[in-house]
Design a protein around this ligand. Structure first.
Ligand SMILES: Cc1ncc(COP(=O)(O)O)c(C=O)c1O
Length: 421
């Protein structure tokens, strides 16, 4: 059995750690080392535990609860949907699915959408799409997919194999073959690798990459890197596929992460914020990249009326409440406040990175503050935060957060640091 380890030294992603929490019942598999907190109720950006203590939630179900908790519009829409119809099957046309697909296509560079239930599934679909494209359009026998070091694409086997962090692979070999890694944001390395692989004819089907690396430590993509990657993909007729699972759907202050990078992908994946806390994932593609035909890919629950109603309601509410602007403004406030903390505590804090409401407070590796301790002490200050990689505290509140709540996050983070030093 793996030892009980914290998120820093272990195979953690966010709160997902190897080992069992000492407080968790043994009937639940120990795939997470859970914090000793049982959340039983939520409203907006606030959650309550079973003893009645109230916490400010800067985790939002790991960047998922875009409209916060117990949102009235979402509750009413989903209640109505439950009364109408919840699940049928993709054997039939589904109104809510068609409406959500139309909405997503009208607001993005994509022409069509495949729906599934999670981020990892959306990436599995992207991997299959890449391979089919490689076989049929580039005539490659064993198509390769290039992905970045320090990336995170999910826990199912192909997405895990695409993930550029060996710690997640350990114990699950043999991995799915056909993935080659390059250093994120390093255009020379990328270009050399691509040229070398393609020198004797077509080998690469796609490049799969996050616009901002989330689990890898809140590392934003660089515009010059992405523009050159786009050009190279065009030159070789390789698909550029972005994993927007964490960044997409408004979290960066723009609908899509790629809008921060001055490029358009051939396809991209979504999940997390799309359902506002409900299980939905999606692969979106431009028409030339949509190579799927009937029978190529499927999901029993993917795109069901309930999940799509959630997605549609979230999308319309983000627009109606102007939450893109809110994510930008509150994100700037957070970023500014965190930078002031970095100035005030230079020995412990290194820098702040992020876009919109996806901010990372980077701790010095030599600092005696660890992310595990930080999360525990923040919890005592009634603030929920998570880690992103070994030395980054990730702050991802709901997109509805207001200025007053942003200030409370900053105050509680400051109190946490003061307690820790
Ligand atoms: C960029 C990215 N891709 C994929 C995933 C996997 O998503 P899910 O947990 O919904 O399978 C995550 C989850 O953290 C993610 O951040």
């Amino acid at each position: 059995m793996p030892e009980l380890v914290d998120g820093l030294d272990s195979k953690s992603s966010a709160l997902g750690h190897v080992g069992s929490s000492p407080t968790a019942p043994t009937e639940v598999m120990g795939t997470y080392q859970r914090l000793p907190l049982k959340i039983i109720r939520g409203k907006g950006c606030w959650v309550w535990d079973e003893t009645g203590k109230v916490y400010l939630d800067a985790v939002a179900g790991i960047a998922s609860c875009s409209l916060g908790h117990s949102n009235r519009k979402l509750r009413h829409a989903l209640n109505r949907q439950l009364n109408q119809i919840q699940h049928v099957s993709n054997l039939y046309r589904i109104n809510e699915q068609e409406e959500l697909a139309k909405w997503l296509v009208s607001r993005s560079c994509a022409d069509s959408v495949f729906f599934c239930n999670s981020g990892t599934e959306a990436n599995e679909a992207a991997i299959k799409l890449s391979r089919k494209y490689g076989h049929f359009y580039r005539k490659i026998k064993n198509p390769l997919i290039l992905t970045a070091q320090s990336s995170f694409h999910g826990r199912t086997l192909a997405s895990l194999s695409a993930t550029g962090q060996p710690k997640y692979h350990q114990g699950f070999e043999p991995l799915v073959e056909g993935f080659i890694f390059f250093p994120y944001n390093d255009i020379n390395e990328f270009e050399n690798l691509l040229q070398k692989i393609e020198s004797k004819g077509p080998k690469v089907a796609s490049v799969l990459i996050e616009p901002l690396q989330g689990e890898g430590g809140i590392q934003p993509g660089e515009i010059s890197f992405f523009k050159r990657v786009r050009k190279l993909c065009d030159k070789y007729k390789i698909l550029l596929i972005l994993d927007e699972v964490q960044v997409g759907m408004g979290r960066s202050g723009k609908w899509w992460g790629y809008q921060n990078l001055g490029i358009e992908p051939d396809a991209f994946t979504l999940a997390k914020g799309l359902g506002g806390g409900h299980a939905i994932g999606a692969l979106l593609a431009k028409s030339h990249a949509d190579v799927f035909e009937p029978g190529d890919h499927a999901s029993t629950f993917g795109g069901n009326p309930f999940a799509c109603k959630a997605g549609l309601t979230v999308a319309k509410e983000i627009e109606r409440l102007n939450l893109l602007e809110n994510a930008s403004r509150r994100g700037e406030e957070l970023n500014r406040g965190l930078k002031e903390l970095v100035k005030a505590y230079p020995k412990e804090l290194k820098e702040v990175r992020g876009w919109g409401l996806l901010q990372g407070l980077v701790l010095h590796e030599a600092s005696k503050i660890t992310t595990k301790k930080f999360i525990q002490i923040a919890l005592e200050q009634k603030l929920l935060v998570i880690s992103a990689g070994p030395n980054v505290i990730r702050i991802v509140p709901p997109l509805i957060i207001n200025s007053r709540e942003t200030k409370i996050i900053l105050k509680r983070i400051q109190r946490t640091i003061e307690r820790l030093i």
